[in-house]
Design a protein around this ligand. Structure first.
Ligand code: NAD
Length: 258
């Protein structure tokens, strides 16, 4: 079998949090195209159902939608149970749901701080450990978390201390789980995207005017596209990445390289 065939995800069952749109939807599309059955997990169930139907129609794979708030432990545990019973297993998980709130630190409310940390960091802890607990007892698996270049650098000019701290936390959480589970067959990696043109940016009227400024700072002179994160996630989810664990793969067009 050639390397491209070995990278396929046939027979794998994967959940994608924040899968209704943006990066999650794009990576979910690639997982299904590579042969996996999927659960689109999102707090926005209407959008998740639309995405699940679109991907099932497009790829012929089984794709279900599961309403879950990743900050709620009972909902996350119930989601994993549903995914396993409806899809038939869980060999990979993309813990990707996240939000950004841009506020100066001295004006940031406790509620906003807590919301960002709860969704971006605690949500990844809950979903990755719920997936891991299943995988540890069922033949192993691969977990991919979404961090950000904001876990490496302080983005400017917009203030976002909670977001930056949450993403730095995701990177160390990823490495901690990878080390704990390294001998037990569960691999854990994260991706750190640079600016990617999704609703996270396009639906935020205060961010859209900054795109030109970011592009001027970016070595490649542009934002990334969600589909430019697909291949690295297919690689991490599949069996050819068997020695890759504890890695943080930066996909940012060299934004953090200087
Ligand atoms: P997006 O806003 O387009 O999509 C996020 C999805 O997460 C939405 O479908 C939303 O409903 C879902 N979600 C939000 N809160 C949730 C919750 N509590 N439970 C379950 N689902 C929830 O954002 P995106 O740009 O696709 O971002 C996806 C991930 O990538 C996030 O973790 C984000 O921080 C990260 N990221 C984005 C960029 C970027 O420039 N867009 C860069 C680096 C990292």
């Amino acid at each position: 079998m050639g390397i491209i065939e070995k990278m396929r995800l046939d027979g794998k069952h994967i959940f994608v949090t924040g899968g209704a749109r943006g990066i999650g939807k794009s990576v979910a599309t690639a997982f299904a195209e590579a042969g996996a059955d999927l659960a689109i997990v999102d707090v926005d169930i209407d959008e998740a159902e639309k995405t699940a139907k679109e991907l099932a129609d497009k790829t012929g794979r089984k794709v279900i939608a599961v309403k879950t708030d990743v900050t709620e432990p009972e909902q996350v545990d119930a989601m994993v149970e549903k995914v396993v019973s409806e899809l038939g297993g869980l060999e990979a998980a993309f813990c990707n749901a996240g939000i950004c709130i841009n506020e100066p630190a001295d004006e940031m409310t406790f509620e906003h701080w807590k919301k960002v940390i709860d969704i971006n960091l605690t949500g990844v802890f809950l979903t990755a450990t719920a997936a891991g607990k299943y995988m540890l007892n069922h033949g192993g698996g691969s977990i991919i978390n979404t961090a950000s270049m904001s876990g490496h650098i302080v983005n400017v000019p917009q203030p976002q201390c909670a977001y930056n701290a949450s993403k730095a936390g995701v990177i160390m959480l990823t490495k901690s789980l990878a080390v704990e589970w390294a001998k037990k067959g569960v691999r854990v990696n994260c991706i750190s995207p640079g600016y990617i043109g999704t609703e996270l940016i396009n639906n935020a009227p205060h961010l859209v005017p900054l795109i030109e400024q970011w592009n001027a700072m970016a070595p490649m002179g542009r934002l990334g596209k969600p589909e430019e994160l697909q291949s690295v996630c297919v690689y991490l989810a599949g069996d050819t990445s068997s020695f890759t664990t504890g890695s943080d793969i930066v996909v940012d067009g060299a934004f953090t390289s200087f």
